[in-house]
Design a protein around this ligand. Structure first.
Ligand code: NAD
Length: 474
C-alpha cells in the first residue's frame, strides 16, 4: 500500500458526496482530480435540488405564516409576487454556495475538470471536457459519486414544458393556475407546497394508500391535515393512466383503486415518482464494477466496489438517496483509501421532509419495528402540551421516541412539527451515543423551546413527565 500522500485519486461527480470526498482526500495530502459537467462543485443538491428548493420553501413558509397571522390580529395584504426577482434570489443562493465550493476547491489545489468521464480500464478515465477536448488520465483509485436522476414513467412522457420534473419545476417559469403532482413523496410534497403557497391550485396523486410511504403514519397525519387545506386535492390509491397535450393544458386520466377513471385538465404536471441511480457510466463494463438489478452499484462497508481500484458513494450505491448519507460515505471511502481502519455503519441516518410542518425521523421507525416483529416501547409528547409550540401557534406537532423496553436504550426518534428538521439531529446524536431514556430525560433542555419535547418524551417513557397528567393505574 503506497503512502496516501503519493496517491492520485479521481472523483467522478461533484455533488455533496463527491466534493466532500475530494476535499478530504486533498486535506489528507492526496493529489485529487474532481470531474463534473457543472462550472463549480455542488451537484444536484446545490444546483437543482436541496438548496434551491429550500430557498423557495422558506418563501412559501413566509407566505403561509403571513396568512396565519390574521389569527393573531395582524392582517397583511395579499403578497405581490415578482417572479423574476424570486428566481434571481434563488439563483443567487445557488451561485453563492457553488461559487464558495469552487473557491474551496482551488484553495485545496483540487484539479477540477469540467467534463464527463468514461472508463478505458479500472484506473484510466477518458475525460471529455466541456469544450470537446479529450484527455486520458490514470489514477491509483477512482471514486464514483455520479448520483441519481428523476425516474421517468414512459406513459407520462410528453415533449412539452407543461410536463415537469423536479429540475424544471424549480426553474419556476410561471405560477400555473393548476398543477398535478404525480407522487406524494419528498419532492411532490415539498414542491407542491411551494407552488400552492405561490397561488397554484395543486392536486397530488399518490399510488399508495398514504403520503410519504417511508414515514410512520402518526407523523404524516398532522402534515396531511395541513396539506388538505393548502392543496385542491390529495388523491390516494390513484395513478395517472395517461396524459395528453391539448395545447392549452394537459389532460390527465386519473385511475383510482375502484378502477374508475376521471379526466382532468391541468396547466402543468410535476412527475416526482422517485429517482434512479446514474450507474450507466460509459466503459464501466471494462472494469470489475458490478451493477445490481435496480441499477445500484454494490459496495462493501469501505464503499469499495467489486473492482479493488474503484469506490462508489451516494445515490449510486443505494437508499436512502440523501446528501448527508453521501457525504459520510465519501469520508469513509477516502479514509479507507488512505489506509485508515473505517467502516460505514451508522445507527441512524436522519430523513427530513421540508414541508410545513416538517416531518423528520432517524434510527428505527415504528413501521419498521412492526414489520421486523421487534419489541419496542413508544413514548409520545404532543406539542399541544409544549409552551413553545403554543407561542408559535403550532400545537399540531408530535415528538416520539422509540425505546428498547429491556435496556431502555433509544432506538429511534420521529418528529412532526415546525422545525423538526433541526431537532432531529439531537436524536441522531443520542442514538449514536447509545443514550438511555434516563440520559435524555436528565439532559437539561432550554425553556421554552421545542427541543424540550424530546426530553419530555423520555420522561413520558419513564412515567415522570410533569407536563402531562396520566392517572395512576390500579
Ligand atoms: P419518493 O420516493 O420520496 O416519492 C415518490 C412517491 O411517488 C412515492 O410515494 C410513490 O409511492 C409514488 N409513486 C410512484 N409511482 C407512482 C405513480 N405511477 N403514480 C403515483 N404515485 C407514484 O421520491 P421523490 O419525491 O421523487 O424524491 C426522490 C428522492 O429524492 C427521495 O427519495 C429522496 O431520497 C430525495 N429527496 C430528498 C429530499 C429531502 O431530503 N428533503 C427532498 C427531495 C428529494
Amino acid at each position: 500500500m503506497p503512502d496516501s500522500e503519493s496517491l492520485h485519486i479521481a472523483v467522478v461527480g461533484a455533488g455533496p458526496g463527491g466534493y466532500a470526498a475530494a476535499f478530504l482526500a486533498a486535506d489528507l495530502g492526496m493529489t485529487v482530480t474532481l470531474i463534473d459537467p457543472e462550472p463549480n462543485p455542488g451537484g444536484v443538491c446545490l444546483y437543482r435540488g436541496c438548496i434551491p428548493s429550500k430557498a423557495l420553501l422558506h418563501v412559501a413558509k413566509l407566505i403561509e405564516e403571513s396568512e396565519q397571522a390574521k389569527n393573531w390580529g395582524i392582517d397583511f395584504a395579499a403578497p405581490k409576487i415578482d417572479l423574476a426577482r424570486l428566481r434571481s434570489w434563488k439563483g443567487s443562493v445557488v451561485k453563492k454556495l457553488t461559487g464558495g465550493l469552487g473557491v474551496l476547491s482551488k484553495q485545496r489545489k483540487v484539479n477540477y475538470v469540467r467534463g464527463h468521464a468514461a472508463f478505458d480500464d479500472s484506473t484510466t478515465l477518458r475525460v471529455t471536457r466541456a469544450d470537446g477536448s479529450e484527455e486520458s488520465l490514470t489514477f491509483d483509485r477512482i471514486i464514483l459519486a455520479t448520483g441519481s436522476r428523476p425516474a421517468i414513467i414512459p406513459s407520462l412522457k410528453l415533449d412539452t414544458p407543461r410536463m415537469m420534473d423536479s429540475t424544471s419545476a424549480l426553474d419556476l417559469e410561471d405560477i400555473p393556475e393548476t398543477l398535478l403532482v404525480v407522487g406524494g413523496g419528498y419532492i411532490g410534497l415539498e414542491l407542491g407546497s411551494v407552488y400552492a403557497a405561490l397561488g397554484t391550485r395543486v392536486t397530488v396523486v399518490e399510488m399508495l394508500s398514504g403520503l410519504l410511504p417511508g414515514a410512520d403514519r402518526d407523523l404524516v397525519l398532522p402534515l396531511l391535515k395541513r396539506l388538505e387545506k393548502m392543496f385542491d386535492g390529495i388523491l390516494l390509491n390513484t395513478t395517472v393512466a395517461s396524459v395528453k397535450d391539448e395545447g392549452t393544458g394537459i389532460r390527465a386520466t386519473l385511475k383510482g383503486q375502484d378502477g374508475n377513471n376521471q379526466e382532468r385538465v391541468f396547466d402543468r404536471v410535476l412527475v416526482s415518482v422517485g429517482r434512479k441511480p446514474n450507474s450507466e457510466i460509459p466503459g464501466l463494463e471494462k472494469t470489475r464494477v458490478q451493477v445490481g438489478p435496480r441499477g445500484f452499484i454494490p459496495v462493501n462497508q469501505q464503499l469499495q466496489t467489486g473492482d479493488p481500484s474503484i469506490y462508489a458513494i451516494g445515490d449510486v450505491v443505494g437508499e436512502p438517496m440523501l446528501a448527508h448519507k453521501a457525504m459520510h460515505e465519501g469520508r469513509t471511502a477516502v479514509e479507507a483509501i488512505a489506509g485508515h481502519k473505517v467502516a460505514f455503519e451508522p445507527n441512524a441516518i436522519p430523513a427530513v421532509v421540508f414541508t410545513d410542518p416538517e416531518v423528520a425521523w432517524c434510527g428505527l421507525t415504528e413501521t419498521q419495528a412492526q414489520s421486523e416483529n421487534r419489541e419496542i416501547k413508544v413514548a409520545r409528547f404532543p406539542w399541544a402540551a409544549s409552551g413553545r409550540a403554543i407561542t408559535i401557534d403550532r400545537p399540531e406537532g408530535i415528538t416520539k421516541l422509540l425505546f428498547d423496553p429491556q435496556t431502555e436504550r433509544l432506538l429511534g426518534m420521529g418528529i412532526v412539527g415546525a422545525g423538526a428538521g433541526e431537532m432531529i439531529a439531537e436524536g441522531v446524536l443520542a442514538i449514536e451515543m447509545a443514550a438511555l431514556a434516563r440520559d435524555v430525560a436528565m439532559t437539561i433542555h432550554p425553556h421554552p423551546t421545542l427541543s424540550e419535547t424530546i426530553m419530555e418524551s423520555a420522561e413520558v417513557f419513564l412515567g415522570t413527565s410533569t407536563d402531562i397528567y396520566r392517572p395512576k393505574r390500579g
